[in-house]
Design a binder for this molecule. Structure first.
Ligand code: AMP
Ligand code: ZN
Length: 489
């Protein structure tokens, strides 16, 4: 096996992958904050790490993949300011914060399932690890890297900087960071502008609270990932990942906390995915430009001309390297749909190919190129380009302008099984027959007829339509904006 190279954000270069204790690999990825639906940008990050997870396993590593669920402690701003996201949503929907957590965790898993991603080995929650976060905070205080102000514990960045580089991950110097950090309200409590909370004293109205040596409170957002990665992967592990937007604050704070606590660099390779953008702007929950996956599948969004299936959307993402930005557009998605259909048709065609005595091409060469692409920092677009070279070959064999031996034909099938299904995590999709466009038009027709029926209060027939569609794996959901549909997988 050729060596695998991956880009390390910390060293800002590609490095040969050399796990701490091969064949074991510990990988931690910052998971979703489950106070609302995940948007397509979040999905891009998790789909990218699914690719990395899949390829590492394909390469023979035994990976323990930990992806957390943030279900407490995330305030509106990254630097301990603003309202608690969960409490705010719970108040708005008049439910318990844990009902919000349950609803959006289930939604997240459903979407990850639609994108055919593998479940992580461990999916710990922040609320399930409060004592670990308190213990870690105690240790950091004992090492003199944190201080208490009125029940809130702050990490002392200035003290940390005496012997360590707080800007190591973001590649920025301290003066730069200080000038670019806003003065915040409530700043008065902190000694330094870059200090951040490890534990936050709960205000009387704060719903999610736990007892601690410093009184009732809740953990800061950053400490959860340090505490949970240490619990499940040890003080030093191989890969830590997340979106690039996490580098400057969340991951820089995680790194500082762990170094202060354990006196060792916690992570060998820091990996970050680039952003999904819409018209050049980062897709984000707060900016309000986030497509929900089901809006993309159904086409029900003002920016969408029509719906695209989960595998087409995934293929669209895989056609760009995880470290490049990916701008959303209808044209790009339509092109991906054509490409994906062509690829899947060729794969089906392989079953009908007739073998000859010899092959007129080198299968080894194709296979080597596929591995080279993935060994070069998981370069999925280059891999896909090689899979399309294979498509041209398959079509040539089919029309008699190229030949393949029986053993190479078996190998070719294995190659597509490995790269298309196991590594890229794509799969064949059931469609209604015909193109997805036709399916979308037909379903809009059905939904309009059902709307008409419901307006006449004939709920028996309307439910019958819904139940019959369910039998063919089409789920109708009645929302406040009308009915929407999706394939259930
Ligand atoms: P959140 O639920 O906001 O904590 O985000 C979950 C993950 O999605 C984090 O790793 C983020 O870095 C990542 N993320 C957020 N927005 C985007 C985006 N537009 N493109 C790619 N990844 C994103
Ligand atoms: Zn994290």
């Amino acid at each position: 096996m050729e060596p695998l190279f991956l880009y390390n954000t910390l060293s800002r270069q590609k490095e040969k992958f050399d796990p701490i204790q091969p064949p074991f690999v510990g990988m931690y990825v910052c998971g979703p904050t489950v106070y609302s639906d995940v948007h397509l940008g979040n999905c891009r990050t998790f789909i990218s790490f699914d690719l990395i997870y899949r390829y590492l396993m394909h390469a023979g590593y035994k990976v323990r993949y930990v992806r957390n669920i943030t279900d407490a402690g995330h305030l509106e701003g990254d630097r301990d300011e603003g309202e608690d996201k969960f409490a705010k949503k719970a108040k708005l929907e008049q439910v318990e914060p844990m009902e919000i957590v349950q609803k959006y965790s289930l939604g997240f898993h459903e979407v990850m399932g639609l994108f055919n991603t593998l479940a992580p080995s461990i999916e710990p929650t922040a609320t399930g690890h409060i004592s670990e976060q308190i213990e870690m905070t105690k240790k950091i205080i004992a090492q003199d890297f944190a201080y208490e102000v009125n029940g809130t514990i702050y990490f002392d960045v200035q003290k940390y900087c005496e012997k360590n580089n707080y800007g190591a991950l973001s590649n920025r110097n301290l003066d730069d960071l200080l000038t670019n950090t806003r003065e915040l309200s409530g700043q008065g409590d902190k000694k330094g502008r870059l200090d951040f909370a490890l534990w936050i004293k709960a205000k009387p109205e704060h719903l999610m609270r736990w007892p601690s040596p410093w009184g009732w409170g809740f953990p800061g957002w950053h400490i959860e990932c340090s505490a949970m990665s240490m619990k499940y992967l040890g003080e030093r592990f191989d890969i830590h990942g997340g979106g690039m937007d996490l580098i400057a604050t969340h991951h820089s704070n995680e790194l500082a906390q762990s170094v202060a606590c354990n006196h060792t660099e916690p992570v060998k390779y820091w990996m970050h995915t680039n952003m999904l953008t819409v018209n050049g702007a980062r897709m984000s929950k707060t900016a309000g430009n986030g497509f929900l996956p089901h809006e993309l599948f159904t086409g029900k969004h003002p920016l969408l001309e029509r719906g695209y299936s989960p595998m087409v959307v995934k293929f669209f993402m895989m056609q760009t390297h995880y470290r490049s930005t990916l701008d959303f557009s209808n044209e790009a998605l339509s092109a991906s749909e054509k490409g994906f259909t062509r690829l899947m048709s060729a794969v089906k065609l392989m079953d009908n190919l007739k073998s000859s005595d010899t092959s007129s091409f080198s299968l080894e060469e194709l296979k080597k190129k596929c591995y080279q692409a993935m060994n070069d920092d998981f370069n999925s677009p280059v891999l896909i380009a090689h899979l399309f070279d294979g498509v041209r070959l398959i079509n040539s064999i089919n029309d008699g302008t190229a030949t393949i031996s029986a053993s190479d034909l078996q190998e070719l099938k294995k190659l597509y099984q490995a790269f298309l299904y196991d590594v890229l995590g794509l799969k064949e999709e059931k469609s209604l027959g015909g193109s997805n466009e036709l399916a979308a038009d037909l379903m809009n027709l059905v939904l309009n007829i059902r709307k008409e029926i419901r307006s006449k209060k004939d709920f028996t027939t309307s439910d019958l339509i819904r139940d019959e569609l369910k039998k063919i794996n089409i789920v109708i959901k009645d929302t406040k904006d009308g009915a929407v549909w999706e394939h259930s997988v």
